[in-house]
Write a protein that binds this ligand. Structure first.
Ligand code: AMP
Length: 277
């Protein structure tokens, strides 16, 4: 496994790799990330993983400074998976002092996470475009856990004709339903015990939907009711939206994306389920 720190070295290593799958991450790897790595390995000749805590996707009052990091552990996990290339640039390598570019994807970035985290998806779209240009993967793998991010990246690739196939893989969960996330490491034992309410709320919407409920507000209300029973939890948003446009629905026809963001103390967690008949 080659560990690479510079754009120039990454380009040189990529040149010899042929068919290549890329898994972009911010590190502090868990089974969710590793599920993407395994998928990439089964579908391609070579596999690259990037580890970069991208400062431009964090707001001024967000958790950039305390975001968990453990590079030696991450490299051990990736080595055990048989990854070929790991790209670990530092911020100065990705953003030299005169860096001035910004990719704005309209529409789908303005709602949900984008409404609560202004500038977040411009940071994501710009860094992912850079990673695609540097690594030039055949395929790139993202998690359904960050459903809106996947929609934004598909749009980035389509609108800018980037020659990459985007693959979105299912969310990996703990036994109690909590979606794996590097940010789960922030939770106190009490908060960790409360956190599965997020999946219970999404499941309540899914169950109501399976029972025939198509009124989107009734589905949102079913989710809010589960979260309201957890006094430590505060809702940022609860949504039932079109899975492609991410616009809030009045009534669900066909598919919809049920999603939410909640705060547990200073930790912000997101999750979603696709509702489909
Ligand atoms: P992150 O390191 O949080 O930026 O995540 C890197 C990639 O892993 C993104 O495409 C995420 O959507 C994906 N990912 C994060 N958590 C999970 C999970 N629990 N299941 C599946 N994919 C995940």
């Amino acid at each position: 496994m080659k560990v690479i720190h510079t754009v120039a070295e990454m380009r040189a290593a990529r040149a010899g790799a042929g068919d290549l799958g890329l898994v972009p991450t911010m590190g502090y790897l868990h089974e969710g990330h590793l599920s993407l790595v395994r998928r990439a390995k089964t579908e391609g000749a070579a596999t690259a993983v990037s580890i970069f805590v991208n400062p431009t996707q964090f707001g001024p009052n967000e958790d950039l400074g305390r975001y968990p990091r453990d590079l030696p552990r991450d490299l051990g996990l990736l080595e055990a998976e048989g990854v070929d290339l790991v790209f670990v640039p530092d911020a100065a390598e990705m953003y030299p002092p005169d860096f001035d570019a910004r990719i704005e994807i309209g529409g789908v970035t303005e709602v949900l996470e984008g409404a609560v985290r202004p500038g977040h998806f411009a940071g994501v779209a710009t860094v992912v475009a850079k990673l695609f240009n540097i690594v030039q993967p055949t395929r790139a793998y993202f998690g359904q856990k960050d459903a809106q991010q996947s929609v934004v990246i598909r749009k980035l690739v389509r609108d800018l004709d980037l020659p990459v196939e985007v693959i979105v893989a299912p969310t990996v969960r703990e036994a109690d339903g909590l979606a794996l996330s590097s940010r789960n490491s922030y939770l106190t034992p009490d908060q960790r015990a409360a956190a599965p309410a997020i999946y219970r709320a999404l499941s309540a919407a899914r169950d109501r939907f399976a029972g025939g409920e198509r009124d989107a507000e009734a589905l949102r209300e079913a989710m809010r009711a589960v979260i309201a029973a957890e006094p430590q939890m505060r809702i940022d948003y609860v949504s039932v939206a079109d899975a492609q446009t991410l616009r809030e629905l009045a009534a669900v026809q066909g598919q919809a994306l049920a999603s939410m963001a909640v705060r547990l103390g200073t930790t912000r967690l997101i999750d979603n389920l696709v509702l489909s008949a």
